[in-house]
Design a protein around this ligand. Structure first.
Ligand code: F1P
Length: 344
């Protein structure tokens, strides 16, 4: 039996490339909208796209030096004063970047409508479909090549993360980073070919019963997302942490049934590898991903801030094969629908 999820994971590099092209095609409009005197930039979404917002906000702040933060769509809707602050006088002091695969998730759409009605500022949408969000946004980046049949996001998430990455590089005026991103899809193809068998072997090992995903900086949001893949697709106990947080309690869960996945950076490699070595000594199985010297080696030559998407495919594949090994259908996770629509 063939699965949409596997096709979508394997074909994602082409969607990454389209995402980059779509941002570059709208570079002028995005720059003139984003390069104004905002007090803050808010990224929002729900579920996977909230985790994407966490990664994107961290990266945007790192590259542009401007305050940026992620909030879940439901919180922006129900607690806007808490998460964005009181409506300013004069208003229009916040830039909202709303992210949604479908563009129709009720919380995200309603939050955007309310944000606009309150005059808080302009909205940029990042989505895979030309639907409600694209219509509401002042500027929209639409990436059709990321569209999916599956409920759990894989190709779509990665494509929108590439768009958010390119957006941050564009607003930071970093043409060097945008040029570096042109190499992503080729490296992505190579990683999928090179490591699918490895991901399958780990995924099919049902002796493991708990997975921890460690990522710091912009990688924390990506760790949250791959942790969600493990939950949704495989119904396995799974949690994300910042690297150094893992010592502060969670490591008590590490034993020979635990897999600790390390999304290792260049910048803090020594600190992060030390955590992984300690978890190995406690009996855990370690899976490290990094540019060099790891179980999954990118060898991309692409600058660190814009290569984050490379952490995703091998971990998505691991979740896919674990779902099959557990007799689950990865395309249709338990209790979930592709879009959450609410009667609010
Ligand atoms: C987001 C969402 C997630 C959910 C699942 C499917 O929708 O519904 O909330 O966790 O992964 O996607 P969207 O607003 O990005 O379309």
């Amino acid at each position: 039996m063939s699965h949409h999820t596997l096709t979508e994971i394997r074909s994602q590099p082409a969607a990454w490339q389209q995402a980059l092209e779509r941002v570059r095609a709208r570079a002028g409009q995005l720059t003139s909208l984003a390069n104004r005197d905002y007090e803050q930039v808010i990224f929002t979404g729900c579920g996977s796209t909230y985790y994407l917002s966490l990664a994107a906000a961290a990266l945007f702040q790192e590259l542009t030096g401007r305050p940026a933060r992620a909030v879940p769509g439901g919180e922006l809707l129900l607690n806007s004063d808490t998460v964005v602050g009181r409506i300013g006088n004069p208003p229009n002091k916040t830039l909202l970047v709303a992210i949604s695969r479908s563009g129709t998730t009720t919380e995200t759409v309603r939050a955007v409508e309310q944000f606009k009605a309150q005059g808080r500022g302009p909205v940029i949408g990042i989505t895979n479909y030309d639907t409600t969000l694209a219509g509401l946004a002042d500027e929209a980046v639409i990436i059709p090549a990321g569209q999916e049949e599956s409920v759990a996001q894989t190709r779509s998430f990665a494509s929108m993360y590439v768009a958010a990455t390119a957006f941050a590089a564009q607003i930071a005026g970093r043409e060097d980073l945008l040029e570096g991103m042109e190499g992503l899809s080729v490296v992505g193809e190579r990683l999928i070919g090179q490591y699918e068998a490895f991901a399958r072997e780990l995924g099919e090992n049902l002796n493991f019963d708990r997975f921890y995903f460690l990522g710091s900086g912009a990688r924390y949001g990506l760790a949250c997302e791959v942790n969600l893949k493990m939950k949704e697709m495989t119904l396995t106990h799974s949690e994300p942490f910042h690297f150094l947080e893992f010592r502060h309690g969670p490591m008590s869960m590490v034993n020979e049934r635990a897999v600790v996945v390390g999304m290792v950076s260049d910048k803090n490699s020594a600190h992060e590898r030390k955590v992984l070595a300690e978890m190995r000594a406690l009996g855990g199985t370690i899976l490290s991903l990094a540019e060099t010297d790891a179980d999954v080696v990118f060898a991309s030559g692409i600058p660190e801030p814009v290569r984050g998407v490379l952490y995703l495919p091998v971990l998505q594949l691991m979740a896919f094969y674990r779902a099959l090994a557990k007799g689950l259908n990865p395309d249709r996770p338990a209790n979930l629908t592709a879009v959450v629509k609410l009667d609010l």
